[in-house]
Design a protein around this ligand. Sequence first.
Ligand code: AMP
Ligand code: GLY
Length: 423
Amino acid sequence: MTILLLGSGGREHALAWKMLQSSHCSKLFVAPGNAGTASIATNVAINPNDFTAVKNLVLTEKIEMVVVGPEDPLVNGVFDFFKNDADLKGIPVIGPSKQGAQLEGSKEFAKEFLVRHNIPTAAYDSFTKDTVEKGCEFLTTLQPPYVLKADGLAAGKGVLILNDLAEAQQELRNMLVDAKFGDASSKVVIEEFLDGIELSCFVLTDGKNYKILPTAKDYKRIGEGDTGLNTGGMGAVSPVPFADAVLMEKIEERIVKPTVLGLQKDNIEYKGFVFIGLINVKGEPIVIEYNVRMGDPETEVVMPRIQSDLVALFQAVANQTLDQVALEIDPRSATTIMVVSGGYPEDYEKGKVISGLDKVEGSIAFHAGTALKDGQVVSNGGRVIAVTSYGNDFKEAIAKSYENIGKITFDNMYYRKDIGFDL
Ligand code: AMP
Ligand code: GLY
């Protein structure tokens, strides 16, 4: 079948790479894609949030399935757009409905869902401009550090963790009164701080049945030793070594099952990925967030470990027959190291010629922010290339990625040299 994938990052290159291994995928379009997807599929320069343009493409190219990479088209209702359009309604969209996407689109919606379905999560309360003083008071009842979360989508920047009470109260005012994160912070969730180690659990659901995909751990900070500013992610490891059978059993029973059941009880249509951000607090998994898509760079380690046919899994999602297909996982470890533009996550330059990609051997170079210019691959974003490798353990896989990164060069490139340091 002919498939359209929406998005343009490393996640999309990895999803495209995996879908193209399927005998069910005869043609793949990626909108807008990057230089990596252009080398294996057909890029189309349209904005995934321009649903009219997406519709025209789908009808012109007789596309039979749409897979959504990033969250914003989902939060903007691409699933519902297809469902409610006479010409598009038979075409499956892999991703949740607009209501389901609120699990990521609104922190308050997610917290209410978690509490309603008895899923372990940090204690919280939420505040608006009108209740800002109550929020400041609420902060005095908590122990530091203080966790403030903008309710809406803020491109991964909407969470502040502060040690000082006065500073936390000031930031709360900045978010609510001075719209620090625009509309996204017109409501703020204040949450109990959880002390533990993070991991992510990825689930594919058809709304009734689910499959738990490989776990992954992401390295969010720009600097070594997890220091400096937050980024989209600087590297990832799968599986997570400390996610043993005992922890996974708790995650499945206490979190995954009630999440899928909760979607059904609440009549929320959901056919897609659920990315559950967890903190392991002394062996007890607690939810810190839901995302309604795969992670980036986590996809670059999760997809390589899925041995089953991804398109067949997507077809089962669309038909709600996920219970009838098997999910085979590669027992090896996979790691990815993100090579970024110097300056990221603050200001950086684009358009740098990337060389050495053809010398990469025994690893996969997934393109994140790249473009083609005059026949050359150039940088086109903060995160540029994710180098993924397999190994018998994560250390072996990481060593392979570093070996291959040594062959890649572009002006002012940077990467963390300590991915996996804490495992
Ligand atoms: P989120 O966007 O909710 O994933 O938050 C961004 C980051 O903030 C997470 O990856 C965690 O590192 C951290 N974080 C979020 N919530 C908490 C919490 N309740 N306790 C401790 N750290 C948190
Ligand atoms: N790497 C974190 C995310 O995709 O949200």
